[in-house]
Design a protein around this ligand. Structure first.
Ligand SMILES: Cc1cc2nc3c(=O)[nH]c(=O)nc-3n(C[C@H](O)[C@H](O)[C@H](O)COP(=O)(O)OP(=O)(O)OC[C@H]3O[C@@H](n4cnc5c(N)ncnc54)[C@H](O)[C@@H]3O)c2cc1C
Length: 401
């Protein structure tokens, strides 16, 4: 019997990879909850920062773009750069894509992946109790388990961040109405921090954004104010964005320090142009040099901060949300067996990938966020599926097809 390929993940990257495998007639078993990060780990009422053109889940055949979904669902088409995509529409698009192209998705967790004793293929265990052998494995687990809370904040919650403790991570909130009438500090200056702050304020919370550094809270230019004489990319007009979007091939050949720096910095903290109006006047901003520590005092949460003037101050609120992003760390991917993890070539906790998204373990591939340190910041976004999926599946078909 031909062993299938296992795809772990049913977000945009897993679904797109699965569609490409299917397009080539390669048997695959696909695992995960469809679009769960978008459904559970992002706030209700959120809108996508990416434009419609940069929000397609790539498929090998036509007819599966966001515009195609809008037509099928009978909703107004989302096409122009200033059309804003509600997260609920994007979830419905992903679900529609899954139902059409990955109908046999198994909503089961993969508990462990280990290399087979004979070195050929992998042994997978599912939380249904089933075990099976796969000839290759694609890890597309996205944001799962990678939420990052910096140590100076984590100290406030020895049992871990939760919405009912002193401090939580932004990924733990779907419904921000729970903060109505409460005082809230949101740490961060990226889109997630700024939009979480706006949505909480609109729900009736008193919100301050605590941004580390001067002038860190900023918003992008609307499409009609983008520079005209620079090439267009899904993220705006700039040579750097154009190169990173359409030519990520040589990215993995850059020095490690440069790669890790660019992944963090390019397309980094910047609010969407359409959020500015809702933010200003509704949310206060406190710029600080750094946060020294967080703790609980009299049932409130306090951040001890170093101000831009060099003083130490205390900011108190009912709750703190750390909108401090995600950090890829293989150690957090507990489903990868210990031996497999020690065998993998890594760079600062991320898998080092070669051509075709292959890792140093033959037959083991990574796509999406875990591939960003090798293929660049475009891998943090849905539009990265267009580059990644055909190449990954092309390599897999040639090497293990
Ligand atoms: C607040 C916020 C806003 C964002 N806005 C945008 C935007 O506007 N545009 C954009 O392009 N990107 C945006 N992103 C980034 C976006 O989340 C990623 O581009 C995208 O979700 C990555 O898709 P993915 O398929 O790699 O992973 P995910 O969407 O995170 O999916 C992970 C999948 O893995 C599955 N899984 C995990 N572990 C296991 C396991 N052990 N067994 C089985 N299945 C497992 C889950 O069930 C899930 O199906 C945003 C991110 C955040 C946090």
């Amino acid at each position: 019997m031909i062993q299938p390929v296992a795809v772990i993940g049913a977000g945009p990257f897993g679904l797109s990879t699965a569609a490409h495998l299917r397009g080539r007639g390669i048997p695959a078993r696909v695992f995960g909850e469809p679009m769960v990060s978008w459904r559970d780990n992002m706030p209700a009422g959120m809108a996508l920062k990416s434009t419609p053109a940069a929000s397609n889940i790539d498929a090998p055949q036509g007819g599966h773009t966001l515009v195609d979904y809008c037509a099928a669902a009978g909703i107004p088409p989302l096409v122009a750069d200033d059309d804003i995509i509600p997260v609920e529409t994007f979830i419905d698009y992903g679900t529609w894509f899954q139902e059409r192209l990955v109908p046999d998705l198994e909503r089961v967790r993969v508990v462990s992946v280990d290399r087979r004793a004979n070195g050929k293929g992998f042994e997978l265990k599912l939380d249904s109790g089933e075990s099976f052998t796969a000839r290759a494995v694609v890890v597309a687990t996205g944001l799962s388990g990678l939420a990052h809370v910096p140590p100076e904040l984590a100290g406030a919650v020895p049992d871990g961040p939760t919405p009912t403790a002193a401090l939580s991570h932004s990924s733990q909130h779907h419904d921000l109405t729970r903060f109505a009438g409460k005082e809230l500090l949101v740490v961060g200056a990226g889109q997630s921090a700024l939009e979480t702050a706006v949505l909480a304020a609109e729900a009736g919370a008193r919100v301050r954004v605590v941004a580390r550094g001067r002038g860190k809270v900023a918003f992008g230019d609307p499409p009609w104010r983008q520079p005209r004489f620079r090439p267009e990319s899904p993220f705006g007009r700039a040579w750097s964005l154009w190169a990173l979007s359409y030519y990520p091939h040589p990215y993995r050949l850059l020095p490690a320090g440069t790669r890790h720096y660019l992944v963090r910095r390019v397309l980094g903290p910047l609010g969407a142009w359409w959020l500015r109006e809702r933010f200003e006047g509704a949310v206060r901003v406190r710029e600080v040099e750094r946060i020294v520590r967080a703790g609980a005092i009299d049932g409130r949460t306090a951040l001890v901060v170093r101000t831009l003037q060099g003083r130490t101050e205390e900011l108190a609120a009912d709750h703190v949300i750390a909108a401090t992003g995600y950090r890829v760390n293989l150690a957090a991917m507990g489903f990868l067996g210990h031996e497999l993890r020690t065998e993998l070539a890594v760079s600062r906790g991320t898998p080092r990938l070669g051509a075709g998204y292959r890792s140093s373990v033959p037959g083991l591939y990574f796509t999406g966020l875990p591939a960003a340190a090798s293929y660049g910041p475009v891998m943090r976004f849905v539009c990265g599926t267009e580059f990644a999926s055909p190449r990954l599946v092309g390599h897999l078909a040639a090497a293990h097809g």
